[in-house]
Design a protein around this ligand. Structure first.
Ligand code: CTP
Length: 399
């Protein structure tokens, strides 16, 4: 029994794929899980609550209030080891993204302290709508685990993308999630992400196009594996609030250096994914610089190399991973960085691969380690790349 003793809240929403939720409940019970089902009102049009209550051996919950009793959504969200929403309809997807709370399922989602796994299901045209992608990206960025849709026959009779993943795939994602969850428990991790802004005067800075997405995805993956994570984050849009994540917001390379050194000693795993500015103005003008001169130069000096400084401090029990962003002699330069910065692992990010790099949602990396290990990965979503990198680190430290 792969899920023995696991407590699972299953949310079922209004989609034709709701009939498969019966198969999901049956499989979960067979694997030893305890299941409580919550349905939206629309889901009842697709599958009967009686079927799901019989299979789950618990009453199915639909309303926040029923007569004079109140469903304690906070306690349900705390009871569960994981909340699975399968199928996730377009409507509930949009409501979750907006943080709406007009039914019990949404109230449990908003108050859940456990990980949340979402298995969307919709017709291809709805699936391909930009708002669906925007919403899913937001939910992934909020820390939810998304089980990808598949290709096949849809309720409309069309063939295409949008089918909910098969119950077996969903169950194996859950099993995988529980396996990952404890792998780094008790470990402390430090991740840097985003650009740094080096101030020229009160309104101008030198920066770069880093979106922070890769580093944030790594922080999230480390969290999902059970580590306590500190994310030192350069200036990027949005805020990141995730359970167990300690975010230190910084602007400049110097601030990033100080933040990293303040926590490094107690960290077990460090991943430096930030695109730190290599140079900073020698002086910051106290007032806005006026455009008096025809031409103008800013004197720059090197910023501290944070990765290198941590490499000098590192003890034998700590693992230190850096990134190398290269456009020429990629392998050679990446291996040189591994040595020069005394890192254990270097992730080579090639800007020559279309679809990889700054601002993109996908990335293609090669990982090298100081024992001569080398692994090439395909172009994947940044969340999938983060998983590959964290798996590589876990294998490296033999957790
Ligand atoms: N890095 C750092 N501090 C800096 C510059 C870079 O910690 N001041 C880290 C990055 O976070 C990354 C690694 O060093 O993990 C390599 O960054 P990269 O920009 O590829 O290399 P640089 O060291 O800046 O060298 P170059 O620009 O000459 O390639």
């Amino acid at each position: 029994m792969l899920l023995k003793g696991k407590k699972i809240v299953l949310g079922v929403t209004g989609s034709i794929a709701a009939y498969k939720s019966a198969l999901i409940v049956r499989a979960l019970i067979k694997e030893g899980a305890e299941v409580k089902v919550i349905m939206t009102a629309a889901a009842k049009d697709f599958i009967s609550p009686l079927t799901l209550s019989t299979l789950s051996k618990h009453p199915v919950l639909i309303d926040i209030f029923r007569e004079d009793t109140w469903s304690n959504h906070v306690m349900l969200g705390r009871w569960a080891d994981i909340m699975l929403v399968a199928p996730l309809s377009c409507n509930t997807l949009a409501k979750m993204t907006a943080g709406l709370c007009d039914n019990l399922l949404l109230a449990v989602y908003l108050s859940a302290t456990c990980p949340v796994m979402l298995a969307p299901a919709m017709d291809e045209d709805m699936w391909k709508h930009p708002s669906t992608h925007r919403n899913l990206q937001t939910l992934a960025a909020d820390g939810n685990i998304i089980v990808p849709v598949t290709n096949g026959e849809l309720a409309s009779g069309l063939f295409g993308e949008g089918r909910m993943a098969e119950p077996e795939t969903i169950i194996s994602s859950l099993v995988q999630q529980f396996k990952s969850a404890g792998r780094l428990s008790g470990k402390k991790a430090l991740v840097t992400a985003g650009p740094t802004y080096e101030h020229i005067d009160p309104v101008r800075f030198i920066g770069n196009h880093s979106s922070g997405k890769m580093g944030v995805a790594i922080a999230r993956e480390l969290l999902q594996c059970g580590a306590a994570v500190t994310l030192v984050l350069g200036p990027v849009p949005g805020t990141f609030v995730l359970d167990g994540l300690n975010v230190i917001n910084v602007q400049t390379a110097e601030e990033m250096y100080n933040a990293c050194h303040s926590v490094f000693e107690e960290t077990d795993i460090t991943v430096m994914a930030a695109a730190v500015a290599d140079y900073t103005p020698v002086a910051v003008a106290p007032e806005k610089i006026k455009k008096k001169e025809e031409s103008w130069q800013v004197a720059l000096q090197k910023t501290p190399d944070i990765l290198k400084s941590l490499g000098q401090k590192k003890t034998g029990r700590q693992v230190l991973a850096g990134f190398a962003l290269e456009t020429t002699n990629e392998r050679e330069n990446a291996l040189a960085k591994l040595q020069q910065k005394n890192a254990d692992i270097i992730v080579l990010n090639s800007l020559r691969d279309s679809g990889a790099g700054f601002g993109k949602d996908t990335n293609k990396v090669t990982v090298f380690d100081r024992n001569g290990g080398e692994k090439h990965f395909d172009l994947k979503s940044k969340a999938a790349v983060a998983k590959d990198i964290v798996d590589y680190i876990i294998e490296y430290i033999h957790v």
